[in-house]
Ligand binder design. Structure first.
Ligand code: ZN
Length: 241
C-alpha cells in the first residue's frame, strides 16, 4: 500500500495521539516516560504513537511518530515507542479498535505482578466490564528473546482467543509481571479505559486486603449494572434529544 506523505493527511491522527498521551500524564497514570498511547486510522493502515523516551512535557502533535501495520515508520524524526509492536499486533488482530494505551499505573501493575485476573467484586467494575479482567501467562524465554514487544501483543491476543474472550466487551488486560494494556474506539477512549482499570484494581486490592476470601459479585447484579449502561434497554445517563 502506498501511503502519501502529505502531512495534513495525518494531522488529526497526530493530534489524537498527542492528546491521549497528555491525558496519561493528567490522570497520573505515569511518571517520567512510562506509558504510551496511539491512535489508529484503519483506512490508511497507519497509527500515530508517542516517541520513545520523550517526557510528556516535551510532546507535541508534530513529534508523534507515524507507523504502518508492518512496523515501518512512515513519518517522524524520532524513534517510536519501544512498545510500538505490541500496539501494532493489537491493531492487526483486534479489528475495529482505534486506540491503544499502555501504562505502568501502580494498582494495575500490582495485579499484573501477582499474575492475577481481577474478579468483578463490585458494581464499579460491572458498570464498565461484566467479566473479570484477564491476566496473561508470564512470557517464556523464547518469546522474550525473539521479538519481545511483538510477542507481548501475540500473548494478549492469544489469551483472549484461547479463553474465547471478547475484546469488544473486555477492553483491558494485564500482562503478567508487566502491566496494563487497554484499547477502545478512539485513542481518548483507550486512555479512559486505563483510568477505569486503575480504579477497579485499586478497589479490588482494598477488597482482598479487608477480606482475603471476598467473593465476586453475584451474576444477577453484574448483569443489571452492565445492562443498564450498555444493554439494549440501557437507561443510565441522559436521553439523547
Ligand atoms: Zn511497559
Amino acid at each position: 500500500m502506498v501511503v502519501p506523505l502529505t502531512m495534513d493527511v495525518y494531522k488529526t491522527l497526530r493530534e489524537e495521539a498527542f492528546e491521549a498521551n497528555l491525558e496519561i500524564k493528567r490522570r497520573n497514570l505515569a511518571i517520567y516516560t512510562w506509558g504510551n498511547a496511539s491512535a489508529f486510522d484503519p483506512d490508511k493502515g497507519v497509527f500515530a504513537i508517542k516517541p520513545s523516551g520523550v517526557e510528556y512535557d516535551e510532546l507535541t502533535p508534530k513529534n508523534m511518530v507515524l507507523v504502518d501495520l508492518e512496523g515501518k515508520v512512515i513519518d517522524g524524526k524520532l524513534k517510536p515507542s519501544s512498545d510500538t509492536k505490541t500496539h501494532l499486533v493489537l491493531y492487526r488482530k483486534f479489528m475495529g479498535i482505534y486506540g491503544v494505551t499502555h501504562t505502568h499505573s501502580p494498582y494495575a501493575v500490582a495485579w499484573a505482578q501477582a499474575g492475577k485476573p481481577v474478579p468483578v467484586f463490585g458494581t464499579t467494575h460491572a458498570d464498565h466490564c461484566a467479566y473479570e479482567i484477564p491476566c496473561t501467562a508470564f512470557m517464556n524465554p523464547e518469546e522474550v528473546k525473539n521479538n519481545y514487544e511483538l510477542e507481548t501483543g501475540n500473548l494478549i491476543v492469544n489469551t483472549f482467543k484461547n479463553s474465547s474472550l471478547d475484546y469488544s466487551q473486555i477492553t483491558m488486560t494485564l500482562v503478567a509481571g508487566h502491566g496494563p494494556f487497554t484499547w477502545g474506539n478512539s485513542a481518548a477512549q483507550s486512555v479512559c479505559h486505563s483510568v477505569i482499570l486503575e480504579e477497579i484494581c485499586k478497589m479490588a486490592l482494598f477488597t482482598v486486603m479487608i477480606e482475603p476470601g471476598a467473593k465476586p459479585l453475584p451474576d444477577h447484579i453484574i448483569r443489571k449494572h452492565w445492562e443498564r449502561k450498555h444493554g439494549p434497554d440501557a437507561y443510565y445517563g441522559q436521553k439523547q434529544l
